[in-house]
Design a protein around this ligand. Structure first.
Ligand code: COA
Length: 455
């Protein structure tokens, strides 16, 4: 039986992160993708999965140790094919299904402003769609975002139905430990503590008593009384992203501007390009042009490429564009890095590669981090307009729907023009309505005459 080193895989921008939990011990049998340790930076915590199945021989890290990509976590007596064929550890999560990638979890950031973090999962809420998805990023406020706890503690709390937001953490930096969850449960059972849900049953406080949302409790309906039902757990991505979506929807004063761009000539050019490049295997889609056009607009209106940091704005001098991709496991947002330095063909190729990786569940955190602006395109599916939710800490997102041939008045007559519906959602703390209208108008000009990108 081969003894192998199991190492920390590609964990994006995380370096020298502290080990805060050991989830296995020598002698334990572990499966592929089973979480081995939890690591935590000041922005997020994540569990590091095993690249192989086998029996833990020796732990090579202790609580408090700092690890980075490539650090040896433990040695393992590998089982099965790995034992025979893989003397070296396999390069883990980036090449593993998304469900096996390191599970990063948001924790409250110490600063009041939202802070960028790992693997954003998408964002976008079509106006009439029931289940939008949100970016996977850290909470900036403990109550509205995710409380400070490792994924395994979170799971434990979920199983017990403990509302983590109400548990006081006794760990370092207020982190909630397993013991805190147990103590909370005991206190509720003993009747010495009331959860907020229980408190909500009590008479409501007098109107105008202050801040907070003072929301009604969630309606509790016995659906089975009205007809047959089936209960299905939400998928991993939806579970993780729900809290982020909630935070972004509640905390950002977001406004959406709708507009149309005339893409008649651009679409003809795209079709022509695809004919010319038929043999290369690269398919140019409208989204590649949109990415390039957005970069030009972001450069002209730099606040759209910024993030709030308390009372200041961080202007980013790089243009990384996220695009929402629909996958069997849910929505994810891979990122085209340095889109300003790439041509349409390269962007098309990268988008196709990332979208394929996304559908196969093989995106790693590095593929999904660092976006400065996001585009959500439903163009291949349909619809007219929708209201995307901003992928915090970004400050704007562009939603795109299906282009349609429409009659347009050219001053003398109606002419058929191909019109692309655009929906730009923006953070009103950073951007004003006039700037948003200018951004859309400029985007429309570029899409109508792509030579303007060169100006
Ligand atoms: N108007 C009209 N047609 C469009 C279009 C638009 N705005 N955008 C794309 N299309 C067409 C394409 O040309 C292509 O047509 P073809 O098959 O005849 O060549 C077809 O729609 C499919 O395009 P698609 O493969 O989806 O490419 P894309 O570059 O537009 O999109 C992804 C790539 C990864 C973004 C896309 O596959 C995806 O996942 N979209 C869903 C994103 C999402 O769910 N967002 C909302 C979140 S709530």
């Amino acid at each position: 039986m081969a003894v192998i080193d199991v190492k920390v895989p590609d964990i994006g921008d995380f370096k020298d992160v502290a080990v805060i939990e050991l989830l296995v011990k020598p002698g334990d049998r572990v499966a592929v993708d089973q979480s081995l340790i939890t690591v935590e930076s000041d922005k997020a915590s994540m569990e590091i999965p095993s690249s192989h199945a086998g029996v833990v021989k020796e732990l090579k890290v202790q609580l408090g140790d700092k690890v980075s990509e490539g650090s040896v976590v433990l040695t393992l007596e590998a089982e099965g094919a790995a034992a025979a064929a893989v003397p070296e550890p396999a390069p883990a999560p980036v090449a593993a299904p998304a469900v096996a990638a390191p599970v990063a979890t948001a924790v409250p950031a110490p600063a009041p402003a939202p802070t960028p973090v790992v693997a954003p999962v998408p964002t976008v809420a079509p106006a009439a769609a029931p289940s939008p998805v949100a970016p996977h990023q850290p909470a900036s406020a403990p109550v509205l975002g995710l409380p400070h706890a490792s994924p395994s503690v979170r799971k434990f709390a979920r199983e017990l139905g403990v509302p983590l937001a109400e548990v006081k953490g006794s760990g370092p930096k207020g982190r909630i430990t397993l013991e805190d969850v147990q103590a909370f449960t005991k206190a509720v059972m003993a009747g010495t503590l009331q959860t907020q849900a229980q408190a909500a049953q009590a008479p409501a406080p007098a109107a105008g008593t202050g801040v907070g949302l003072d929301l009604l409790p969630w309606p509790k309906v016995d659906f089975a009384k009205f007809g047959p039902i089936e209960r299905k757990e939400l998928g991993r991505i939806k579970k993780i992203s729900g809290a982020n979506l909630m935070r972004n929807a509640v905390m950002i004063p977001a406004v959406t501007n709708h507009d149309d761009a005339d893409i008649t000539e651009l679409e003809a050019f795209r079709v022509q390009l695809n004919k010319e490049h038929e043999k290369s295997g690269i398919k140019v889609t409208m989204l590649a042009f949109l990415i390039k056009a957005c970069v030009a607009a972001l450069k002209k209106f730099p606040e759209f490429n910024s993030s709030l940091d308390g009372d200041a704005l961080i202007y980013k001098h790089y243009w990384h564009i996220g695009f929402a991709a629909d996958t069997p496991n849910g929505l994810v947002v891979p990122v085209i890095k340095n889109a300003d330095q790439k041509g349409i063909l390269q962007i098309s190729q990268e988008m196709a590669d990332l979208a394929k990786k996304a559908r196969e569940g093989k995106l790693g955190p590095a593929d999904m981090s660092g976006a400065t602006f996001t585009i959500s395109s439903l163009g291949g599916i349909g619809g007219r307009y929708f209201t995307p939710i901003i992928n915090a800490p970004e400050v704007a997102i562009l939603g795109v729907c299906k282009s349609q041939m429409e009659p347009k008045w050219d001053g003398k007559q109606f002419v058929p023009r191909l019109m692309l519906p655009l929906s730009l959602t923006w953070d009103h703390r950073v951007i004003d309505g006039a700037a948003a209208a200018r951004f859309n108008a400029y985007l429309g000009q570029i899409l109508a005459d792509f030579r303007r990108v060169l100006l």
